[in-house]
Design a protein around this ligand. Structure first.
Ligand code: FPP
Length: 244
């Protein structure tokens, strides 16, 4: 007789390395505060952690890495901090782009990045164009990004195109999102102990595995990235279906 417990007792099918990892980089401010340093120093250290994560992603064979660098809500921070973050972004592009290009990173920006002004837009677009043919890793930088705004903008584009309601399938809808053509994240990591999505990739993370770590973003390194991937690979992903 078949064992009625078989479904539950079946060994977990380990998942392969995630194709797309998304990260909510959190804790720069607390990292700085713990050291009595200005927040800007925390963000600077955070930029170093960005580099380590890109290296780790490439090393692990991840193909897409999305980093939440600036949310729609971050505009509400003091003007000085917004300006610091904008400056850091430009500095980052200027100092890292060539190397990113050489190792095969393709840069893609998601979000309402035009709010950063024409200079930033010009540099971001030049960086996207320069790296457009790279295939090792696609780095999606979420800048002035909000998940709800992404969904509303997608709906607006679909309506403006005059799409027939019955033609608007989930797959079709996804093609209007800013992440069009990018597979959904398999793994979402958030640092600093917070356990929230915070209006990040709301549509796209429908089936993502969530990994939360207490490590503050400036301390996040290759080992932490590998540990998150390790947790992911031990999970059994069912996408809402029953196990076989
Ligand atoms: C969250 O820490 C981090 C941010 C709002 C910005 C992320 C920016 C970086 C990692 C540096 C620059 C990035 C690039 C791509 C060059 P928080 O300030 O919310 O920290 P807190 O919650 O401890 O205050």
């Amino acid at each position: 007789m078949a064992n009625p417990m078989q479904h539950n007792a079946a060994p977990a099918r380990p998942s392969a390395v995630p194709k797309h990892v998304a990260i909510i980089m959190d804790g720069n401010g607390r990292w700085a505060a713990a050291r009595g340093l200005p927040r800007l120093v925390g963000h600077r250290e955070g930029a170093k952690a960005v580099r380590r994560s890109i290296e780790a992603a490439i090393g692990q064979g991840v193909k897409y890495l999305t980093l939440f660098a600036f949310s729609s809500e971050n505009w509400q921070r003091p003007q000085e901090e917004v300006s610091d973050l904008r400056g850091l972004l430009l500095q980052y592009l200027r100092s890292e782009l060539q190397e990113l290009h050489e190792v095969g990173v393709r840069l893609r920006v998601i979000g309402e990045h035009t709010r950063f002004g024409p200079n930033v837009v010009a540099e971001l677009e030049a960086a996207e164009a320069k790296t457009a043919r790279n295939e090792k890793l696609t780095l999606l930088l979420a800048l002035s990004y909000g998940g709800r705004a992404d969904i509303v903008a997608a709906a607006q584009r679909a309506i403006a195109e005059g799409i027939a309601p019955e033609a608007l399938t989930e797959q079709k809808f996804a093609s209007y999102l800013t992440t069009a053509g990018v597979p959904d994240p398999d793994l979402l990591i958030r640092t600093s102990g917070e356990q929230r999505i915070s209006n990040f990739l709301l549509w796209q993370t429908a089936y993502a595995e969530l990994v939360f770590t207490d490590v503050l973003w400036p301390d996040f390194g290759e080992k932490d990235f590998a540990a998150a991937i390790g947790k992911f690979t031990k999970r059994e992903r069912r996408f809402g279906a029953r196990p076989e």
